[in-house]
Design a protein around this ligand. Structure first.
Ligand code: FUB
Length: 324
């Protein structure tokens, strides 16, 4: 298996890894960062991704395969720019790549592209998912086969612009003493054609059972959701954005609410932090990205991974990034 805490590949910049096991291999669905000399801003304009590559690896060798370009924005009629963090769902003998991008009006929506193979190539649908918005979709299939899509991101991801239910270009975050903006979850229809339900709030509670506040930047949701199940509990994990950690919260139901449980990953080199968690051959792994290889350039990121450990009580041991 590839050495832990080292870039999976360096011939392209990759970020936002969504890892899944298919056919006894780990497939990683990342963003593909494009190098340029532009400035960073709070709108995320520096993240100018135009296509997707898929990576895969196993524990028989240290080789990581880049399966090449599997979807380009020019193939997707509704997309203007910024193919950000994707994920995949395997259902109905089909791999559904779920991805965010800005539409022709500059508003983020979620799209779907399909393939019969985990490594693509993927054929996009002509329209985004009706009723979808914002960024960072992640998928979770529960034991009953129901597919859940969690999504949302503040600032460049536009989530705070939907506080009144529809897009308000002037929408802002709540005051610091108000409940934080919640990420969203929607159940997919069985045929994966669209949302079976209106996206609902994913509520994260503090130790007193109260929703986390917008000013609680060490714990409140910013972007990059992930859901996994461990010992019958649902673990909702995410980036805290401005405070740069991967945090998690535990619930009894995929729709929540979830109780804040701690940090999974301390800040990495670079502004963003984005992860996924996957079980492979009886071990648990955290996939993440950082900007070590580009010496801190925020939009030139590399995907890495390391092992993740649970305590006996089901909490997760906090990982401090290791640099080789
Ligand atoms: O890659 C672009 C954005 O940066 C993602 O959507 C966020 O999660 C952050 O990683």
């Amino acid at each position: 298996m590839k050495k832990q805490n080292t870039p999976l590949v360096t011939h392209i910049f990759t970020a936002d890894p969504s890892a899944h096991v298919f056919n006894d291999r780990i497939y990683i669905y990342p963003s593909h960062d494009i190098p340029h000399d532009g400035e960073d801003n709070d709108n995320g304009d520096e993240y100018q991704m135009r296509d997707y590559h898929i990576l895969s690896m196993d524990d028989k060798s240290d080789e990581v395969i880049d399966h090449g370009e599997v979807l380009h924005q020019d193939q997707i009629p509704w997309v203007k720019e910024q193919l950000w963090a994707p994920d995949v769902v395997y259902k109905n003998d089909t791999y559904y790549l779920v991805f965010p991008a800005r539409d022709k009006d500059g508003i983020f929506k979620l799209g779907i592209a399909e393939s019969k193979n985990p490594e693509g190539p993927f054929t996009p649908r002509k329209e985004p998912i009706p009723g979808s918005f914002s960024i960072d979709p992640c998928s979770f299939i529960d034991d009953d086969g129901k597919v859940y899509i969690y999504f949302g991101g503040l600032w460049g991801g536009q989530l705070e612009k939907y506080r009144e239910g529809s897009f308000n270009p002037n929408g802002t975050e709540p005051e610091k003493n108000e409940p934080a903006v919640c990420p969203k979850v929607a159940v997919m229809t069985d045929d994966m054609e669209g949302f079976a339900s209106t996206p609902a709030d994913v509520v994260i509670l503090d130790e007193n059972g109260k929703p986390l506040l917008a000013g609680d930047e060490d714990r409140r949701y910013f972007e990059g959701p992930w859901m996994h199940k461990y010992n019958g509990k649902y673990y909702f994990s995410y980036s805290t954005g401005t405070t740069h950690t991967i945090a998690y919260a535990i619930g009894d139901n995929p729709l929540g609410p979830f109780k804040y449980a701690g940090k999974i990953l301390e800040p990495v080199i670079g502004w963003t932090t984005h992860h996924s968690i996957v079980e492979y051959h009886d071990k648990w792994y955290l996939f993440y990205h950082d900007c070590e290889y580009s010496k801190g350039i925020n939009h030139r990121r590399c995907v890495k991974y390391c092992e993740l450990t649970y305590n006996a009580d089901g909490t997760i041991q906090t990982i401090t990034p290791q640099y080789n």
